[in-house]
Design a protein around this ligand. Structure first.
Ligand SMILES: Nc1ncnc2c1ncn2[C@@H]1O[C@H](COP(=O)(O)OP(=O)(O)OP(=O)(O)O)[C@@H](O)[C@H]1O
Ligand SMILES: [Mg+2]
Length: 496
């Protein structure tokens, strides 16, 4: 490396250490540039005094180091003196006026104004950050600041939430944080968990208290109930009745080739069984189809037997009071079920929660949907898409919130994504996904898109639920065990 003699060009006179720069050049009312002398990073908050409005909160958009070290000089590996300046551009966020409202100055700052790093209390005041632990969920700390970020729980449930990131970006981790907060606040919740990750929340996380975040490991065993296929230990059997399924639905579930004769035979069998019994199961249907013509409907009978082996359908299904318990979180563990079956389960649950909430037979609650692109995709139709769109567009009126979690924002139905009033965005790099996010998030600038693609694991951009401008947040550690930890292919040496 060439030994360089770099000289920062700055004012020689003694400077106030809290000042990190000076405004210069053309100054607008929304943005300005300043020469930077102290240390600051992109997205940091700065304060500038305005003659009419007092201190105004601004945010650094970009920082550029300018020098006279040209391409030619670098090629010559010139080790001579280099003059260097650092300039930054900033966006004006605003100030609280005498009525406590967020306002922006109508005239530009003067050139030559000092730029200072903002203190946490001023940021909190101008951004209007909430801190009521009774009604808010603690999600993390403002990046680079000692400032807790709390999300308004009512607004999350009323206006829905989306959690978006590429795979391994930390979606399930931060969603677990939110579910912990919902349980802490006694908010009823149901999680559609296709990978069987959330049952781990019964256990406290490993390790000790995290001092920066003030979070200690804790178990939520008493606040959770889980249903699924694997009936071991803590998991209760998931059972539905067949009553609301018609022949076509059942054929879909068994991935049966729905030839006309099979559909007709099954319809007839359902009709016959219904005439005899109020409650029936798949075995009853098999008996009935066999009695019609077992040789002819051999393939149908075999598919029904396969469906029966999942034990998902029974004469008596899970009752509403089992599935939704006030103040508790119900995990619907769908691990082991095929995509078609998962969709039917989600449709049943979605429709049931919506109808029961409308009739006020269950408390206001949040439905958490992992891998949402599989249940309400943009292009294809699925068994459950309609019921999810209904919840997204009408759930608000009835206190039924939806939290959609996805690694492919571009593939989720726009009707669902655009209804989410709170967005939690972690690292996303796919250009189509970034486009889908920009389209559904108000106030996202080009610089923020860049932030999203470069964010480290553990940092989220959050907007909504009481937060009016997108904030970069260091997500708090989990109290409970995270069930979705990445699997190591090779053991670390120090594990030996
Ligand atoms: N805030 C965080 N602090 C510490 N570790 C984290 C954080 N967020 C995520 N991780 C770690 O990153 C890994 C991936 O996180 P997570 O399982 O939440 O990703 P994901 O986005 O849900 O991925 P997938 O799309 O595969 O489900 C996990 O091992 C988790 O422990
Ligand atoms: Mg996940």
């Amino acid at each position: 490396m060439v030994q360089l003699d770099i000289t920062m060009i700055e004012n020689e006179e003694e400077r106030d250490p809290s000042v990190i720069g000076t405004i210069y050049g053309d100054v607008g009312t929304n943005s300005f540039k300043f020469s930077m002398v102290g240390h600051a990073e992109r997205s940091d908050y700065i304060t500038v005094e305005h003659p009419d409005c007092g201190p105004v909160l601004c945010q650094i958009d970009s920082i550029i180091r300018k020098s006279n070290y040209t391409l030619d000089r670098s090629l010559e590996r010139d080790g001579g003196r280099i003059d260097e300046k650092v300039i930054a551009s900033a966006t004006v966020i605003g100030y609280r006026d005498s009525n406590g409202l967020l306002n922006t100055p109508r005239t530009p700052f003067a050139v030559g104004c000092d730029v200072r790093l903002s203190d946490a209390q001023f940021i909190k005041k101008v951004l209007g950050l909430k801190d009521d632990t009774r009604t808010c969920a603690y999600i993390g700390m403002l990046r680079n600041y000692d400032l807790r970020i709390m999300l308004d729980i009512n607004s999350m449930v009323q206006r829905h939430v989306s959690v978006l990131a590429k795979t391994g970006g930390g979606k399930s981790y931060v969603s677990g944080d939110i579910v912990e907060e919902l349980m802490k606040h006694g908010v009823t919740c149901m999680i559609v968990d296709p990978h069987g990750e959330y049952g781990a929340m019964r256990d406290a996380a490993d390790g000790k208290e995290d001092i920066r975040f003030g979070v200690s490991p804790r178990s939520y065993r008493e606040s959770m109930v889980e249903f699924g296929m694997d009936e071991s230990g803590d998991i209760h059997p998931l059972r539905f009745t067949l009553r609301s399924l018609d022949a076509k639905d059942i054929m879909e579930l068994c991935s049966s080739s729905d030839s006309k004769t099979s559909v007709l035979a099954l319809s007839k069998a359902i009709e016959n069984v219904k005439a005899k019994k109020d409650f029936y199961d798949i075995k009853d249907l098999i008996d009935e189809v066999s009695s019609i013509d077992s040789a002819r409907h051999y393939a149908l009978i075999r598919d029904l037997q396969l469906l029966d082996s999942l034990h998902l359908f029974a004469q008596k299904g899970n009752s509403l009071t089992d599935l939704v318990q006030k103040g508790k979180t119900t995990v619907i563990n769908l691990k082991g079920y095929s995509p078609d079956i998962q969709q039917i389960v989600v449709r049943r649950l979605g429709t049931m929660l919506f109808e029961m909430r409308k009739a006020e037979r269950i408390p206001p609650m949040m439905l958490v949907l992992e891998e949402a692109h599989n249940y309400c995709p943009q292009t294809e139709s699925t068994a459950c898409k309609k019921s999810l769109i209904t919840i997204a567009s009408e759930g608000r009126k009835f206190g039924l919130g939806l939290m959609v979690i996805s690694q492919r924002p571009a593939k989720i139905d726009k009707n669902v994504l655009s209804q989410c009033g709170t967005q939690i965005i972690l690292k996303v790099t796919n250009p189509n996904d970034l486009k889908a996010i920009s389209a559904s998030v108000e106030g996202l600038t080009g610089g923020m898109e860049q932030d999203i693609s470069g964010m480290p694991i553990g940092t989220a951009m959050i907007i909504g639920a009481g937060i009016q401008t997108p904030l970069l947040v260091d997500v708090r550690p989990r109290e409970t065990r995270h069930g979705g930890a990445s699997v190591q292919v090779l053991e670390d040496d120090d594990d030996e």
